[in-house]
Structure formats: C-alpha cells, structure tokens
Design a protein around this ligand. Structure first.
Ligand SMILES: [Zn+2]
Length: 93
C-alpha cells in the first residue's frame, strides 16, 4: 500500500484525475457506507469522495485521505476536521 501511495503522489495532475475517476468507478460497484454518517450509499449519484482531512487544512489528495461519502454529507462537512464534524453530528442527534 505504501508503495502504491508513493506512486500515486508521483503522478501528474492529469493522471491523478484519471486515477480518481477509476477509483470512483470501482467503488460504485461495491456496497458502500458513508464514512461521515454511517448510512448506506444507495445510488451512484449520491457517491462522492470526501477529503477526510480537508485539503485546506493540510489533507492530501491521496488514497488514504479520500473516503466514500454521500454527496450531501461531503458538502455539509466542507472544510471541517473529522472531530469537528462528528461533534457537530452528535449535537444534532
Ligand atoms: Zn452520509
């Protein structure tokens, strides 16, 4: 895995985009659960990849930082760190 991630970081932007598109396509064929709310992602159009550590706060555009999530959850989390997001979710329940 480490070698794979290192290889990913060496790709140019065009190939990173191509890689992410492929990753999304692969994920669409699996039963997926949103890492932000825990619910199942039922439809292709709901699937997005969240930067678990936001890019604006130092998170990398790498495979270990990209997690499957609902499009709406991803939007709602925005630039929050994971702890901020989960604290806020807890208060809403
Ligand atoms: Zn969700």
């Amino acid at each position: 895995m480490a070698r794979f991630i290192k290889s990913y970081e060496l790709l140019d932007d065009f190939n990173k985009k191509k890689y992410l598109a492929t990753l999304l396509r692969i994920l669409r064929n699996k039963a997926l659960y949103c890492r932000l709310c825990g619910e199942r992602i039922e439809k292709d159009k709901e699937l997005s990849l969240d930067h678990f550590i936001p890019k604006s706060r130092g998170g990398e555009n790498s495979v270990i930082n990209l997690v499957p999530s609902h499009y709406d959850c991803n939007n709602a989390k925005g630039a929050m760190m994971p702890a901020e997001w989960f604290n806020r979710k807890e208060k809403m329940l």
